[in-house]
Design a protein around this ligand. Structure first.
Ligand code: 5GP
Ligand code: MN
Length: 329
């Protein structure tokens, strides 16, 4: 038996008898995080359990069409009386948000994740970096639980998989990913419906923001590195929101010479966010970890307080160039 089968088996055994479960994911949830959380909750509700959907902040308007979003709550009940918690798609417990200490009081603390740089936490862990997405894992858990998967849950899981595989394009996409996606289509999901919601959602402001951001493109190391940036002034000028920058990094990533694409984002209150995407052999998760972040080999990031775009570039670029030269990325 593989270690992953063993952890899945233990999680199934633990969850079966539980009645009151909290489901959580990382702050600023992306499609996989939110889709996995909502689907997991829906599946557990279908098994007759009471579910609390915890999310620190309101979720991105890019994902608020997902069935179940209206159930997300940002305040934990006091006392937080749950007989299990499931953390989904979260590679580092500190990304669960400010309620971390309260969440840690809940046991068993089940962790399901696929980040390669996963930092272990919780009581029962199923961590598999070979999975395309946490959504793919939640599907397998539902099957192992013998649970019914509703259309709503299937829709959320398909969205999760499409989001984390870049529409079945990234390196993480496997035959198993397609098999799970096929099962979800059999359950009634129309890929076209998901694609329309996920991708055909631009406002004029968002397109204007893209125009401004692409204007910042700079190339380094003979075209191997591309950097784009966004400032608060660009948001103000275009009327677009922070979430609207989602997927912009795929434009510099698409350049034929690029090995690593970087997107430096000026946030509010002195925060700077950095997203990185790599192709092939490059491992940006390691690089992100040296700056306190994490992620996957080909998609990673970090956040810094009290910095500037210029300072981030000055710190990051030499480190990246050094690793590219040493092929140590
Ligand atoms: P994105 O660039 O889309 O925000 O994130 C890409 C990947 O890197 C995601 O898997 C995300 O979980 C991870 N990531 C982004 N920012 C951080 C961070 O600040 N800390 C950690 N541990 N992972 C991050
Ligand atoms: Mn994910």
């Amino acid at each position: 038996m593989k270690k992953s089968d063993e952890s899945l088996g233990r999680i199934v055994a633990e969850l079966k008898g539980k009645k009151n479960v909290l489901v959580a994911t990382h702050v600023f949830p992306d499609g996989d995080a939110l889709g996995s959380q909502l689907a997991m909750g829906n599946i557990l509700e279908g098994m007759g359990k009471k579910v609390f959907y915890y999310s620190e902040e309101r979720i991105s308007h890019l994902y608020d069409y997902m069935p179940g979003c209206e159930k997300l709550e940002s305040r934990l009940p006091k006392p937080a009386v749950f007989d299990a918690i499931i953390s989904l798609d979260c590679g580092d417990c500190f990304r669960l948000g400010e309620a971390l200490e309260d969440l840690r009081e809940i046991h068993p603390f089940v962790v399901i994740d696929h980040h390669s740089g996963h930092k272990e936490f919780g009581d029962l862990r199923w961590i598999d970096p070979n999975r395309s997405s946490t959504g793919e894992m939640v599907y397998e858990l539902a099957v192992a639980l013998g649970a019914d998967i509703s259309y709503e849950a299937a829709f959320c899981l398909f969205t999760a998989i499409v989001a984390d595989t870049g529409s079945f394009k990234y390196d993480c996409t496997t035959a198993s990913t397609f098999r799970v996606a096929g099962e979800l289509v059999d359950l009634g999901v129309k890929p076209y419906d998901v694609a329309r919601k996920l991708f055909d959602n631009y406002t004029t402001g968002r397109l204007r923001l893209l125009e401004a951001v692409l204007g910042t493109l700079e190339m380094h190391a003979d075209g191997q590195i591309a950097i784009i940036t966004v400032t608060q002034e660009m948001f103000a000028r275009t009327g677009a929101k922070r979430d609207d920058t989602e997927d912009f990094i795929n434009y510099p990533r698409a350049l034929n010479t690029v090995k690593v694409a970087i997107f430096i984002k000026e946030g509010i209150d002195g925060w700077i966010g950095v997203s990185m995407r790599a192709k092939g052999e490059c491992d940006v998760a390691q690089l992100a970890m040296t700056f306190g972040g994490g992620g996957h080999r080909n998609a990673a990031g970090y956040r810094l307080q009290g910095s500037t775009i210029a300072a981030v570039r000055t710190a990051l670029l030499p480190e990246l160039l050094r690793r590219l030269a040493a092929k140590g990325l």
